[in-house]
Structures are given as structure tokens and as C-alpha cells.
Design a protein. Structure first.
Length: 235
């Protein structure tokens, strides 16, 4: 099986006195990466195989020392539900289309999925969540209560698999954020602060980067001492 061949390959490189390791890899590239090719594509499968072969470091070696190309991918390869290499390619192709402010945000977030890290996509409404790749509603991810007040907390247990997903995520991208009540954000902040065990002075977002998006033109106008019917009428 490819996974066991990838375990064997660094042992051969470390102790087998191979004269030309790149040539050895080329001879068996298809066999070494067959599972990744089936999961992703012909183009990116061999790159995932190389990323896993970074285990050469266990024998005092690395890819560069044995003249193999390095791959900028740091992840648990068998947990990915998407093609990180394809995500990286999309980022490189689209970044030139952005204006300077948009490009700054992309660099700040650092192409999370393209690096093999985990990003969570949520939206304030279920319809918007269906438009995001792997997206879910914010209420579903964070267990935000339906009835909110200034002291509301999320119905979330820290020892669950869902909590681990939040802890592993490098960034949370929240669409339609202007349509969410401020008490919901406060509840999520308290949840993340508890999960990450961050103090107030350590992080403003409970130890996680949260990127909020949305169109403020869709938000109902605030009318001082105005009735609910007046607000909806003006909107």
C-alpha cells in the first residue's frame, strides 16, 4: 500500500546507501502517491506524497539534503476534506484580481487552507451558509442560543469533537455578520475565551482570528426612539 511504501522510503534513503534518491523517487512516484492521486488529482497527488516524505527528518535528513523538492504544506494529511494544493493554486491565481485593501486581508489571513491548516466558514443565515464551501450557520457551529441577552452563553461542552474543531481552526470567516445581534458575538467571545483559556488582556477575540464580512446596506436603519414598524417601513 502507498502509505507503507512512504514509511519504507525514508528508511531506504537513510540506511540503504542510495546513489540517486531523486531518480529512485521518480521510478516509484506513481506507486508512492496512488492514494493521494485518487483522493485529489494527478497534479497534486505527488505533492502530498512529498509532504508526507518529510518524515525523512526522523533520520537526520530532509528533502533538500537528498535533492528532493520541498513542499510548503504543514498538516495532518489524512484529516483534510479538501485539496490544500488546489486551494493554494486558487489563492495565487486570484490574488492579483484584488485591490490593495483586499490583498492586505488575504496576506493577513495567510492563505490558511493553502497551507493545510483549518479554516471555519460560517454565516449568520442558513441560506448564506449553503453558498460557502463547507459552510455552516453560526448558530450551528457555536451553539448560540435563540433567546439572547447581555449575559448569554453558548451551549457548548469543551471536551467534545466540535470543541476540538474550533481549537484546531486558525481562522473563522463569518459572513453576513452585520445581521447578527451583538449579544451573539459576546456569547461567542466568551465561548472562545473559555476554550482557549485566554485572559482578556491576551486576545480580543478569545484566542482566535475572526474575519467578519457582510454588507451594512442590508441592515435595518437605527431610528432613535422609532417604532419597529417605522424601521421596517423606511428600510
Amino acid at each position: 500500500m502507498p502509505i507503507y511504501l512512504r514509511i519504507l522510503f525514508p528508511i531506504i534513503c537513510g540506511f540503504g546507501e542510495v546513489e540517486n534518491i531523486p531518480d529512485l523517487l521518480n521510478q516509484h512516484k506513481q506507486t508512492l502517491s496512488k492514494d493521494f492521486v485518487n483522493r485529489y488529482s494527478e497534479e497534486t497527488g505527488p505533492l502530498y506524497s512529498l509532504a508526507e516524505l518529510n518524515e525523512l527528518q526522523s533520520y537526520g535528513l530532509n528533502l533538500r539534503k537528498v535533492n528532493l523538492p520541498s513542499v510548503d504544506l504543514h498538516c495532518d494529511l489524512f484529516r483534510l476534506s479538501y485539496d490544500a494544493m488546489e486551494e493554494q493554486s486558487k489563492a495565487n491565481a486570484n490574488i492579483e484580481k484584488l485591490n490593495s485593501e483586499q490583498r492586505y486581508i488575504v496576506y493577513k489571513v495567510h492563505e490558511i487552507r493553502g497551507k493545510g491548516n483549518h479554516a471555519i466558514a460560517v454565516a449568520s443565515t442558513g441560506i448564506a451558509a449553503t453558498l460557502l464551501n463547507g459552510g455552516r450557520s453560526a448558530h450551528s457551529i457555536f451553539k448560540i442560543p435563540l433567546t439572547l441577552n447581555a449575559t448569554s452563553t453558548c451551549n457548548f461542552k469543551p471536551s467534545t469533537s466540535e470543541a476540538k474543531i474550533l481549537l484546531d481552526a486558525k481562522v473563522v470567516v463569518w459572513d453576513e455578520a452585520p445581521m447578527t445581534h451583538v449579544h451573539a458575538f459576546s456569547a461567542v467571545y466568551r465561548l472562545l475565551k473559555d476554550l482557549t483559556e485566554c485572559d482578556d488582556d491576551e486576545s480580543d477575540e478569545g484566542g482566535k482570528i475572526i474575519l467578519l464580512g457582510g454588507d451594512f446596506r442590508q441592515v435595518l436603519p437605527g431610528i432613535l426612539r422609532g417604532s419597529r414598524s417605522l424601521t421596517f417601513k423606511l428600510h
